[in-house]
Design a protein around this ligand. Structure first.
Ligand SMILES: [Fe+2]
Length: 505
């Protein structure tokens, strides 16, 4: 699949000498790289992460350089800016976009509150009775796709909040949602004023129309749509389900590379931002707004997708997780799972991330004299695990594709005793793992609350495995006679031998 086209023309500088001989002195591209439509994706994209893009659906519809707000914009389009950061923020953190549209987005009928949806939460204070901070471990199966005969459920009406931390009104925090939908959003757009959505499809492709262009996302890809942008979701397969990580008061970034140098992990050129695209549509539309977890709506007599051209760096994008460059140790020891971080978002604490989104792709295990499964651990970070497809590679959770797992901060976890026995006695061959599955982990640097929906109303709450650790053995005891010999040799008091000694088979 050819994914981008290079220049089809070149500008050639021609020098002509006194004898009439022409010499080519320079060659420069006449076009930049763009990702072309393909069998897998009908849309066109611009290349790069965090670039300042400029895109015109109609040539000449952007104002000439040197001004964003001419007295009259080309073709009498309305100029409108959307800021994703404060006016006075550092230049490198500023995110904004200028849109040139058929009508300004302020032109709409009055807003009205919608019916309360208790399955969506945004305030994760312990004072909210719809959430609970708990040290319990949870595992959930996939959300059921709503059957068509039980009613229509769109991407937005099918949102279910599983947990979170903080509050969008404080511009600090995070929410984890699952979604399951059976119906296109038709003549209806969504605008999330609370935070940025990182969308991780599990089943069913998403055809996302945004004010800034169209994005096509399939399982194995992710998309980010920032706060304040209006968008809608159609379902090419008639259904869809997956995961969303929403961040408040911050935006997704690529992690720093540190000693890795200038390459590796998610390469900026593999991110795709849509080109400008607009509709001529003077039919009635409804726009749904989420603010502090509550839904409001207004109507307008034309499409909100009427942006003819735009420029800026606050725009949605997608990324194919198979493009990620995984790192691992080459001889010995383990590397932390954050080496697989695709995107992260910063918290307000300097140097501390709010969350890291890590994807687990195939990798060679080549380490020698190393315990290869994840080591037993307790982290400051809360861990949310998901499986996009395939079979879960761990042993201590009943994780299935489309499901989710939860370990709150500082809670211990690790592989089963049987896995420990195998990992500590196996001969270590080079082995390629993870070829049939795609999992992900959200490392969230805070306690995380779980919603009442997640604890009581989710259709598949998998019970904790009561006897999971009953067979774990203190193999250390087997060594007490040898240890006592050492102690006696050193003039120290020997240990007594517990009754469980010798249980290891
Ligand atoms: Fe962990």
């Amino acid at each position: 699949m050819g994914e981008f086209v290079s220049s089809t023309e070149a500008n050639m500088g021609i020098a002509v000498s006194s004898d009439g001989t022409a010499t080519v002195t320079s060659v420069s591209a006449a076009e930049g790289f763009e990702y072309e439509p393909s069998q897998d994706d009908p849309y066109r994209y611009m290349q790069g992460f965090g670039n300042r893009f400029a895109s015109e659906a109609i040539p000449g519809s952007l104002p000439e350089c040197g001004r964003n707000v001419p007295q009259r914009s080309p073709f009498d389009l309305y100029s409108e800016q959307l800021n994703g950061t404060s006016f006075i923020s550092s230049r490198q953190s500023q995110l904004h976009v200028w849109m040139y549209r058929v009508r300004p987005s302020v032109a709409h009928r009055p807003l009205a509150p919608m019916l309360r949806n208790d399955d969506v939460q945004a305030c994760f204070s312990p004072m909210n009775h719809s959430v609970q901070y708990t040290p319990l471990t949870y595992t959930w199966g996939p959300l059921d796709i709503p059957p068509a005969d039980t009613g229509t459920v769109t991407f937005v009406s099918g949102l279910k909040t599983m947990g979170g931390h903080g509050d969008p009104t404080n511009k600090e925090g995070i929410a984890i949602h699952m979604y399951a939908a059976n119906t296109n959003m038709t003549d209806e757009a969504f605008c999330n004023n609370d935070g940025d959505f990182l969308i991780i499809p599990n089943e069913g492709r998403l055809d996302i129309q945004t004010e800034l262009g169209n994005i096509w996302v399939k399982p194995g890809e992710i998309a980010v749509v920032q706060a304040g942008i209006r968008w809608r979701v159609s379902l090419p397969d008639g259904f869809a389900r997956g995961y969303i990580q929403e961040v408040y008061g911050t935006h997704y970034e690529l992690p720093d590379l540190g000693p890795l140098g200038s390459n590796g992990m998610a390469l900026p050129r593999d991110f795709k931002t849509p080109v400008a695209s607009f509709n001529i549509d003077d039919s009635k539309w409804k726009v749904v707004i989420k603010l502090a977890g509550k839904f409001y709506s207004y109507e307008q007599a034309w499409t909100p997708f009427d942006v003819v051209s735009w420029h800026g760096n606050y725009a949605p994008y997608k990324y194919d997780l198979s493009k990620f460059i995984s790192f691992n140790t080459t001889l010995k020891e383990q590397i932390d799972p954050t080496a697989h971080t695709v995107l992260m978002a910063r918290s307000k604490i300097p140097g501390v991330s709010l969350t890291e989104f890590a994807a687990f792709l195939p990798k060679w295990q080549t380490s020698t004299n190393t315990f290869r499964p994840p080591y037993y651990h307790r982290n400051m970070a809360t861990e949310i695990g998901g499986l996009i497809y395939g079979k879960y590679g761990g042993s201590s959770r009943q994780q299935v594709a489309g499901g989710l797992s939860f370990e709150n901060s500082y809670m211990p976890h690790g592989e089963t005793y049987d896995t420990w026995i195998k990992a500590t006695t196996d001969s270590l061959e080079n082995v390629l793992v993870g070829t049939e599955s795609l999992g992900f982990m959200l490392h969230i640097s805070s306690h995380l609350s779980i919603t009442t929906f997640a604890m009581e109303r989710h259709n598949c709450i998998r019970p904790q495995q009561v006897e999971l650790w009953d067979n774990v053995q203190a193999c250390f005891y087997d060594h007490i006679p040898a240890i006592n010999a050492i102690l006696l040799q050193k003039g120290l008091k020997p240990m007594s031998v517990p009754a469980q000694s010798g249980l290891r088979k």
